[in-house]
Design a protein. Structure first.
Length: 558
């Protein structure tokens, strides 16, 4: 897949250019290293576009590597979903798909090497004692009583840990660095722990697993990664990354480079919190169209190209910022405006009867599929005496500047005729309008009057006799505030959930949509862009989900 536009320079590309010019590397090798403990979200999409995009632009290679070092949180379901998402976004790793589990034997050997060099030791502190001894950033930690354990004893204990002689948490292997370091990650961090847990890839072959910080840099080195690109929260981990590789004296020492992660308004980006939403039933799974996951956005109707364009526009910096979700919506809206076919649908139907149109008569009008693309052609639109219009397009009592239907006012029916409202019928019990009546001018087929008179209002409609009934899902923000994570002490981010984030209604659409395939996108005129749901829609019960309105409906709320 070619990049959408010429690469935009940023500080990461500047570093790579300098390295290549200085002969530090003969090529570029990057990696995207997800932990398979959840589904990918839009923040991961930014990292995917960055790592794979750089590899493409420099004729290099990008690895897909699963950092599966925590068997209790990982699952093959997540591996499959991540693989699908990266492919859907348009990227290909070729033969370069790897797993941390592929290197468990080598990583274990490296841990033994550190012990043999007296750069690591087996510690018996409990988790509570470990935290107490580590201290706080402004106060040095205390050395473990087992810091000077003889090398032979630590090595024996580590091998017995691997053999399964001890319980979870009974021992850990710690790197011997500096308990007085202001960086907590350098205060003799744990590099191996005991976990009697089944691994989705290695089964029960292991009961000791490397910590992420220890395994990750070794994996990068084994794979010959030149530039290990990660988000800013790993900046404080970089000294440990470098210390481990220096202590092991590896041949390949990748350069870790950090960039600002993506923060999006009205969204949470923590996989733990997204999992909480799924488990607690606040959303209908990881692929719920309200979720910021790649699978959720795909089901919502976003295209891979629109997400790549969004990531390109956000850019790459070292400055933390909050990106308005409206930019993401603008990217898909801009794309679909050019590509989506048009159709008419009525979400809140009100019957309109043309009293002077012959009963039983039907005709076929011509609708434009895309006004910006002549090659899209036209479609047949059936017309009859009884139509459905939007309830909001009629007011019995309306202000002067209301240019849609009201008694005595003439409007244009999209692709049809000019009609003049003559009145309405109401429910005697409730006073609700149940039917609007009008007359039409048969000389105005196509919406233009031979005498040149002009009307200001145009409304959409569907023929009652030909309309197809569908379920329509309208989505709002999942959260009610821009920063749902910002909660008072003792609060919960879920307190900011929007109770009206999903509304479901029955609607009537023109028959051209009767056979729309799941995943197909289109514009319902004056209403928004929609997609046929890929999960719940059936030929018997079509489900249309709104991707975005025609305009940013939240602009006035901000």
């Amino acid at each position: 897949m070619a990049t959408e536009e010429a690469a935009v320079t940023n500080f990461i590309r500047d570093i790579i250019n300098e390295d290549l010019a200085a002969g530090k590397h003969s090529g570029v090798v990057t990696r995207f290293p997800p932990e398979p403990n959840g589904y990918l979200h839009i923040g991961h999409a930014k990292s995917i576009c960055l790592n794979f995009g750089i590899a493409q632009d420099y004729a290099g290679r990008c690895h897909l590597r699963f950092d599966d070092t925590n068997p209790t949180a990982e699952d093959i379901e997540y591996v499959d979903s991540i693989t699908e998402d990266v492919k859907w976004l348009g990227f290909n790793w070729g033969e370069s798909c790897f797993y941390a589990a592929d290197y468990f034997e080598r990583i274990y050997g490296y841990a033994e090497d550190l012990i043999k060099k007296d750069r690591a030791y087996v510690c018996t502190l409990s988790p509570e004692e470990f935290k107490e001894y580590r201290g706080v950033p402004n106060r040095p930690g205390k050395s473990s009583p087992w810091r000077d354990r003889p090398v032979e004893e630590s090595l024996d204990l580590f091998r017995r840990m691997r053999a399964g002689e001890f319980a979870d948490g009974e021992y850990v292997v710690r790197a011997k660095i500096d308990m007085a370091s202001p960086n907590l990650h350098m205060r003799d961090p744990a590099i191996y722990r005991i976990k009697h847990a089944h691994h989705h890839r290695t089964g029960d072959a292991w009961c000791v697993y490397p910590m992420y910080d220890f395994a990750h840099c070794i994996e990068d080195s084994i794979e010959g990664i030149t530039h290990s690109i990660c988000t800013l929260e790993f900046e404080v981990h970089r000294p440990l990354y470098d210390w481990i590789l220096d202590a092991l004296e590896v041949e390949c020492h990748p350069q870790q480079i950090e960039f600002a992660r993506l923060n999006l308004t009205y969204t949470v980006m923590s996989k733990r919190k997204l999992l909480e939403l799924v488990r607690d039933g606040h959303v209908d799974g990881w692929d719920d169209p309200r979720m910021p996951t790649v699978s959720g956005l795909r089901r919502r109707g976003f295209t891979a190209a629109s997400i790549r364009e969004f990531c390109r526009r956000v850019g790459v910096t070292k400055v933390e910022s909050l990106t308005d979700i409206a930019l993401l919506e603008h990217c898909i809206r801009d794309e679909l405006n050019k590509t989506a076919a048009r159709a008419m649908g009525v979400l809140n139907p009100l019957k309109l009867v043309i009293t002077n149109y012959p009963e039983g008569q039907e005709e076929t009008l011509e609708g434009i599929n895309n006004p910006g693309d002549e090659s899209a052609g036209t479609r047949p639109v059936p017309f009859s005496r009884e139509l459905y219009i939007e309830r909001g397009d009629f007011r019995e009592e309306a202000p002067k500047k209301f240019f849609r239907l009201k008694p005595g006012q003439e409007v244009r029916l999209r692709y049809g005729y000019l009609v003049t409202c003559t009145g309405c019928k109401k429910d005697e019990a409730t006073g609700e309008v149940t039917e609007v009546t009008c007359t039409y001018d048969p000389e105005t087929r196509g919406g233009n009057a031979p005498d040149g008179r002009r009307v200001k209002g145009t409304i959409h409609w569907v023929s009652a006799a030909h309309a197809k009934e569908v379920e329509v899902r309208l989505f709002d923000r999942l959260f009610t505030c821009e920063r749902p994570d910002d909660v008072p002490e003792g609060g919960d981010f879920k307190d900011n959930l929007n109770p009206d984030s999903l509304s479901v209604t029955r609607a009537f659409v023109e028959p051209s949509l009767a056979t729309a395939e799941p995943g197909s996108r289109f514009q319902l005129e004056r209403t928004g862009y929609f997609v046929v749901d890929t999960k719940d829609s059936t030929p018997e019960c079509p489900v249309f989900s709104r991707i975005v309105p025609l305009r940013d409906s939240w602009a006035k709320k901000r």
